[in-house]
Design a protein around this ligand. Structure first.
Ligand code: BJW
Length: 247
């Protein structure tokens, strides 16, 4: 690891007045949770996103999609926050830092982060697939089979996550937009920056004059625009970074 990159990261973070961090699946990779687009192990190398993460896919085969999400819930239930989740939570205690995540795994909250702006929903919540019905419930039993909604008695319950073609919660988008515009440092961690509107928030920050930093072992469409690129796994970077706060 290049020590001067981590030293720069430390200095920019501690000198910033307001920081916004955007995380994606890569921040949870070192906790053993699959990413989506990594070539070898990413979920989309084995599963078709339009079958597993779209309302049309769920309507075609609800049993298949439900069982895939139950499997993902098991994977997350066995995982713990890694040094990146823990480091971000610690930074939030010391600095003015907003956290936006595309992840649905809840590991940032487990690590101690608060007021997390969750763009794509929550894995451990179900909601009714009928958009006219407002039924929501927390997941208690991750082995429960697919079931119909108790409230409307007709549609199936589904994970309370945002699939392709579905709108994100308007208040959540507004909040993400606001904190991206406000910050003077935007840190992108472990996202391919391919999925919108999430991928657009770095550009919002850039246009508002913020510095951009990316932590990702692989190049993304954001990499050419950043002021500092740290091409290493996020857990390793945060472990090193947080040791500088102890000195
Ligand atoms: C590490 C690491 C380590 C590995 N350390 N790093 C504008 C332009 C073009 C298209 C659109 C647009 N606006 C909307 C769209 C359509 C669509 C979209 O963006 N499509 C693109 C793919 C082309 N967007 C939508 O449909 C969104 N809805 C919407 O905009 O509504 C209005 C609308 C609808 C229709 C048309 C137009 C407007 C909804 C998007 C919902 C995304 N849902 C998912 C599933 C969530 C539930 C679940 O978890 O199952 O969200 S898909 C999946 O992708 C998931 C993720 O949150 C999201 C982003 O993935 P992420 O986090 O970036 O993961 P990866 O795997 O891609 O990348 C991991 C990265 O980590 C890699 O770069 C690695 O290198 C790195 N890494 N190890 C650090 N240790």
């Amino acid at each position: 690891m290049n020590n001067s990159d981590i030293q720069n990261l430390y200095e920019w973070l501690t000198q910033a007045e307001c920081i916004t961090v955007m995380t994606g699946a890569g921040v949870s990779a070192e906790s053993g949770i699959s990413t989506f687009r990594d070539a070898q192990e990413g979920l989309w190398s084995k599963y078709d996103p339009m079958e597993m993460a779209s309302p049309e896919g769920f309507s075609r085969d609800p049993e298949l999609v439900w069982s895939w999400y139950q499997w993902r819930r098991q994977q997350v239930q066995q995982a713990s926050p890694n040094a990146a989740h823990l480091g971000i939570a610690e930074l939030q205690k010391r600095l003015k830092l907003y956290l936006i995540t595309q992840n649905v795994d809840g590991l940032h909250q487990q690590a101690g982060s608060t007021e997390v702006i969750e763009l794509h929903g929550h894995l451990f919540e179900n909601r009714c697939h009928n958009s006219q019905c407002d039924y929501h419930e927390s997941v208690v039993d991750i082995e429960e089979p697919l079931k119909r909604c108790n409230q409307c008695q007709s549609a199936y319950l589904r994970p309370s996550v945002v699939w392709f073609g579905e709108s994100l919660d308007a208040s959540v988008i507004d909040m993400a937009q606001k904190v991206s515009q406000q910050c003077d440092l935007f840190l992108s961690v472990g996202t391919s920056s391919e999925v919108y509107p999430a991928a657009g928030f770095a550009n919002v920050a850039l246009q508002a004059g913020a510095k951009l930093i990316e932590i990702n072992p692989n190049a993304t469409s954001l990499s050419s625009k950043v002021d500092l690129l740290i091409a290493k796994p996020a857990g390793q970077v945060f472990k090193h970074l947080m040791s500088l706060f102890d000195d």
